[in-house]
Structure formats: C-alpha cells, structure tokens
Design a protein around this ligand. Structure first.
Ligand SMILES: Cc1cc2nc3c(=O)[nH]c(=O)nc-3n(C[C@H](O)[C@H](O)[C@H](O)COP(=O)(O)OP(=O)(O)OC[C@H]3O[C@@H](n4cnc5c(N)ncnc54)[C@H](O)[C@@H]3O)c2cc1C
Length: 679
C-alpha cells in the first residue's frame, strides 16, 4: 500500500469537479478521466478508433483520490437565486441577476427551466450508475462554494469523522469573461491551499482546440469563410468521442451542505419552483402589453433539457430524415423539424458537436437508424454537410470570444475603429473598396441621448414596443412574440429582428442582445453576442452594412404569411387569396403587403378585423416602402425572381442596392432601407 493509500484508509481524499456548461456524462473528458484514474483494472481500448484515449490524465500523474464530488453551481450573477432562500423573509446576499445595460433578468423562465432539467438529468444518470456517484447542486458564486467546501472538509464541519483531504479541483475551460474570472479565483484559492487544480479543455465543440490550424488565438482570421476554408473538408476533422463511464468513484461519505441563507430542494419539483419563483413574480416582465399565447399554435422548441433528451432528439433527427433535408428546410420558421433545435443542448453542454457529427457519419456510412431515409449509406449529403457548416460557425463564434474578450460586449464592436478597414484577413476576404472607410455606427441609447437628436424616453418606449411584438412589421412582431412565449425563434427570424433593432430603429444593439440573453433557451454568450454584433454591423461581417428588409424577407420566407398569422393572431382573418373569374385562386398581393405591415391595409379591412386604434397598426415604428411588381432586381439567391425593389430613397436621401436577401445601403452616412421612421 502506498503512503497516500494508507492515509486514505483513515481520511477520504476527495476530487471536486465543478460543472458549468458541460452537464453530461457522455463524451465528457472529465468524467472519463475520473472513471479511468480510479479503475484499477482499466486498460485503454485501442480497438475502436473512434474512441480516444489521449485526453485524460494517466494514473501516474493524476492526483490520488478515493472519492469524486461533481458539483453544479447555479451562478448567482447569471441566474436569480433568491428562490432558494431557506426563509423567504431573508434577503439574498447577491444583487439581482440583471443585465448591465437594460436591467433585464439575465436568465428568463425558458432557460432557467431547461438548465434545471439538464442538471437533474445528470444527477439521475450519475445515481443510476449504482456506484455511489451523484451530483451536488449549489447556488452562489463558484469560488465561494469552492472555498466553503475546502473549509468544511478541513474542519469536518465540526466533526472529526467528516474530515477529508481535497485531492484536487477540476473544471472545464470556458470563454466567457465572467467564467474566466471565476476560474482564476478558484485557481488562486487552490494555490493558496496547496490543492491540485486542473482545467480541462471544453470538448463540446466540433473541432478540438488541439487540432486548430493556428498556434495563437491572435491568428484567428476575422472572417469565418477564411477560417472554414483552412479546415475543409470539415467531415474529416472531429476527433472521436470519448467513452461514457459505467462506473465512477463514490461521493464522499460526508458532504458540505449548501451555505446559509440558501437551501437546495431534494426533489426536482422543488428545484424548479425555487429557480422560477423570482421570475414568476411578474410574468409581464415589465411590459404593458405582453404577448399572449395564441390558440392553435405550438412551440417549435418543446424540448426538456438534459443529456437524455438531447440524445433522443439527435436520434429522431437522423431516423426521421430531418438531418438529411436540413439544407432545404433550414430557413423555414414554423414547426419542430425544419432545423435541428440542438442549440440549447449544445449551449449547456448536454451534447457535443462531435456526437452530432458521429451520429451523422453512422447514417452516411449505413450504420444504425435511418435505413428508410434517402441517402442512407451514401456518404455526406447536402443536409449533413450544411449541419457541419453551421456547427463550425458555433466553434468560430466561441473562438472570437476568446480572441476579443470583453470587446464582445462593446457597443462599438469587436474591431477597434482604426482596424475596421485594415484588420481583415488577406486575400479575397478583403472588404470591397467602397467599405474600406466604414464609419462607426451611432446607436440610440436607453439612458442618454446619443447626440443625434434622439430622446431616451422615446427610445425606451420604442424598445418596449419592440419587446411586446408591436412594431407593426409582421415578421418582427411574430418573431418577438414567439420568442417571449417559447424561448425560441429561428435563425432567419433572429437575423431580421437584430437587423431591425440595430439598423431600422437604430437602437443600441446590446439591449437586443440582452433581450435575447433573457429569453433564449439556447442562449450562449459567444453565439449571441457574436451574432448580434455581426448583424448590427459592428462585428466580423465582411459585407458590413447589410440591412435585412423584413418585408422582402417575409415575402421570401413566409410567402403565405403562415408564420405571421400563427404568432400575430389579430391578423389571422386576413384573406390572402382571391378567386379569379376563371375560378383559379390567386394570391392578393395588396392583402399580403397588409399582412406584412398592417398600416397598408385599407380602412375597411382594418375595421373588419377590429384593428382600428391599435398602436402597431395605426402608428407603426417604421413604414417600409416595398412593393411587389415586375422589377429588375438581381435574383441573389434564386428566390424572389421578378420582384421589384423600390427603395423609398427620397425619404431620407438614400439609395439602395439589392443583395440577395439583404439590402446594402449605398451610402454609409445613414443606415436604413427605404424606411420612414414614424416615431
Ligand atoms: C441575433 C442572433 C442571436 C443568436 N443567438 C444565439 C445564441 O444565443 N445561442 C445559439 O446557440 N445560437 C444563437 N444564434 C445562432 C442561431 O440562430 C441558432 O444557433 C439557431 O437558430 C438554433 O437553432 P437550431 O439548433 O435549430 O439551429 P440549426 O439551424 O439546426 O443549426 C445547427 C447548429 O449550428 C449552430 N448554428 C447555427 N447557426 C448558427 C449561427 N448563426 N451562429 C453560430 N452557430 C450557429 C447551432 O449550434 C445550431 O444548433 C443567434 C443568431 C442570431 C442572428
């Protein structure tokens, strides 16, 4: 028996694993390492080349431990934890978990529930291993939880029998500035206490950090396409997945309790109640007219959180054919299967991108489910290739967060003004000449004037109408109502909404990002802030200045108005077809335009539908001049052939170019597209 082993006969040696966005047992290097290091009979399996054995500590250099303590902490700065107070009369020692600019809750009800479900799912999966493992749930700040645990184990919580040595603390690396700071504080605590500390690579991404084509993050190209091209063919890139542990070292015999004044419920229903309690206090979230659930419409994201649900969803996508048809359906907006809906699982680390990749490989190579689906066994298809393309976007946004740090949250965007024109990566990705001197955009602020004659009070009013889904632009309102009610809205809709807030309304894009942070089930720091910057024209979009025209976009992607009618029920009775003398039915373009912007309806129609007097009908935030006719615009993406684009260039002295789905402002001084601001 070695010396530490003899000591452990007397005192347990505990390895603490702090979980954040890595809440899964499968394909998790940390659980895998804990399982291997403690298994005396363990021999690496080299026969299956899809399984990797190079990411965990060998027994030789792992700290010796007898007990393994996985801990999930609900971080008090990101999720409101006052619902966990043991005595509701007590006060939480933490400030409310609200956003910096707009003061919104940072985590709303959709994600709070999803996160709680995921944590509980992992707890059950660990307990089901029947080896004495489990998951401890805590609330507070991670570093405080760690420090309390170290104190408690050292002092045995007042009893000699409960004392234990902490053999090490393990965490997974994260990119968020808050997470980086918190990790640094834990590292310092570990150093002061002479406790082993290890940060594991976050392996939930498509391409492993160790296989990146750059040595230093400063070399990351500022343009996604450049990055992608350096990695093609994408299908050959992901590493094999890591085996799922079947056994883990047990939890320590005595575990430090949650620190006062909080208490952790022992049942899932209690956990859910605690996490939702403060959010349920005002379910209007400060809106005078919050969106209400329309009848006969279902959420596009009806999923519960957790690794179990994530694997079921993935299996469904493969066996039902949605993965293979993804490229054709990904721009749709209604229904559950038009896109994968895997983003929320990925964000919480319930699933890894390479698990998705390898499930697609099985299909492509004719293994496992999906036999009846076209393309089974025929290699990569358009759908699976497009999913890989998108998963790499996700990797890329995360790397941008690493490269740009806190600039992700800067109103001016990630690139300093001085670099906007020059910092682009070489070669064909250079921005076109006419954009080389792109000026800094100005945005209206909620709390002060931005110096362009704006009034903050008005801006706040406009922002409230935006959030309520009452702007008067059908596509934008449908999306914001859907988001409010379900926690999800499609990528197409998100692009339009972000462009609308930042370019049509010219409002500080960060409050939009905070609005999304509050509501999105799939919120992910890098993806959210990176995409908002990109669309707002302050990020790394090589074609800066793109502005989405939400009327044209509706025409292209909601041509029968089904999405708008689903989420804006006031417009359901708009009759879009008329019968010709020949008996043939034809889409009434005038009515369609009224659906896309209700102000364009005739007074008779408004009266018939009971819309007279509604702010978003009578006083839309903007009026977009757009008509359907026999125009001579380019046919950028094969859609919208023959539609004329008439920018109301006189409204603000602008001229427009058509660019497929988006319009770029011809001149840079005044962003906007054929828009009359009506506020
Ligand atoms: C303004 C704005 C905010 C966004 N905020 C988030 C966010 O907080 N969290 C988030 O995960 N995604 C975000 N996205 C990206 C994208 O909209 C979602 O990932 C996608 O809609 C999720 O649905 P899905 O899983 O069905 O995606 P699919 O279309 O099925 O795509 C497959 C996966 O690829 C990744 N992906 C797809 N599109 C993008 C993209 N544009 N950027 C990065 N990754 C992508 C996602 O992980 C997604 O799950 C945002 C996009 C915009 C325009």
């Amino acid at each position: 028996m070695t010396e530490p082993e003899m000591e452990a006969e007397i005192k347990p040696r505990v390895l603490i694993y702090i979980l954040q966005h890595d809440v899964r047992l499968s394909d998790n290097p940390v659980f895998h390492a804990a399982s291997c290091c403690s298994n005396k009979e363990y021999e690496p399996d080299t026969s299956d080349t899809r399984h990797r054995e190079d990411s965990f500590l060998t027994k030789q250099n792992a700290p010796f431990f007898t007990h393994f303590l996985p801990v999930y902490v609900f971080p008090a700065n990101q999720i409101e934890v006052s619902g966990f107070l043991a005595d509701p009369a007590d006060r939480s020692p933490y400030p409310e978990a609200r956003s910096r600019v707009a003061g919104l809750w940072r985590t709303g009800p959709h994600r709070a529930k999803f996160v709680a479900e995921g944590v509980w799912d992992l707890k059950q999966n660990l307990e089901d291993l029947n080896c004495g493992s489990g998951l401890q749930i805590r609330v507070g700040r991670i570093e405080e939880v760690v420090e309390d645990m170290l104190d408690w184990f050292e002092g045995g919580g007042g009893s000699n029998d409960s004392r234990a040595d902490v053999a090490g603390i393990w965490m997974t690396s994260e990119e968020g500035t808050e997470e980086v700071n918190s990790r640094q504080r834990v590292r310092n605590i570990a150093r002061q206490r002479d406790v082993d500390f290890k940060v594991w690579e976050d392996e939930k991404y498509y391409i492993d950090d160790r296989d990146m084509p750059i040595d230093d993050i400063s070399e990351l190209p500022n343009i996604y396409t450049t990055y992608r091209k350096s990695l093609e063919p994408l299908r050959s890139r992901p590493r094999p997945i890591i085996p799922t542990p079947t056994s883990l070292p047990p939890l320590p015999p005595n575990i430090p309790p949650q620190k006062h004044p909080f208490e952790i419920p022992t049942e899932f229903s209690g956990l859910l109640k605690a996490i939702l309690y403060p959010l349920n206090d005002d379910t209007t979230f400060g809106l005078h007219s919050p969106p209400l659930w329309p009848t006969h419409v279902a959420s596009a994201h009806p999923f519960v959180g957790g690794e179990t649900a994530a694997q079921e969803r993935l299996a469904h996508l493969i066996s039902g054919g949605a993965m293979s048809s993804y490229n054709a359906t990904r721009n749709e907006m209604l229904g559950v299967d038009f896109s994968t809906k895997l983003s929320a699982f990925l964000a919480q680390g319930h699933q890894t991108a390479r698990q998705i990749h390898w499930a697609m490989v099985d299909f492509e190579e004719g293994r496992g489910p999906g036999k009846s689906i076209d393309g089974y066994g025929n290699g990569e298809n358009n759908g699976t290739a497009a999913v890989r393309f998108e998963l790499l976007w996700r990797d890329y946004m995360r790397l941008c967060a690493r490269k740009f740090g806190s600039r992700m949250f800067d109103i001016r965007g990630i690139l300093p003004d001085s670099q906007k024109a020059t910092n682009w990566n070489h070669g064909s990705d250079k921005p076109p000449r006419d954009q080389e001197r792109w000026p800094t955009k100005r945005f209206k602020l909620l709390d002060s004037s931005c110096g362009m004659g704006d009034e903050p009070e008005k801006t706040r009013e406009v922002f409230a109408r935006f959030r309520s889904g009452r702007t008067g632009i059908g596509l934008i309102d449908a999306s914001n109502r859907e988001l409010f009610l379900t926690g999800y809205t499609s990528n197409r809709a998100r692009q339009n909404v972000a462009s609308f807030l930042s370019s049509h309304l010219e409002i500080d894009w960060r409050v939009g990002a905070e609005w999304y942070e509050f509501l999105l089930t799939d919120y992910d720091m890098a993806n959210n802030w990176g995409n908002w910057q990109y669309v707002a024209g302050v990020g790394n979009d090589p074609r800066q200045g793109r502005i989405f025209n939400p009327v044209k976009q509706a025409l292209d992607y909601d041509s029968k108005g089904e999405y708008i009618k689903a989420w804006v029920p006031e417009l359901r009775e708009v009759q879009l077809t008329r019968t010709l003398r020949s008996g043939r039915e034809e889409l009434d373009q005038q009515k369609l335009m009224g659906l896309y912007q209700a102000w364009r309806m005739t007074d008779d129609e408004k009266r018939r539908l009971g819309l007279i007097g509604l702010d978003w009908v009578e006083r839309p935030l903007v009026r977009i001049q757009f008509s359907v006719g026999r125009g001579k615009g380019h046919n950028g993406d094969g859609r919208g052939r023959g539609r004329g684009w008439r920018g109301n260039s006189r409204a603000r002295g602008r001229s427009f170019k058509r660019l497929g789905n988006e319009e770029r402002v011809g001149r840079v001084e005044s962003p906007g597209v054929g828009v009359e601001a009506a506020y």
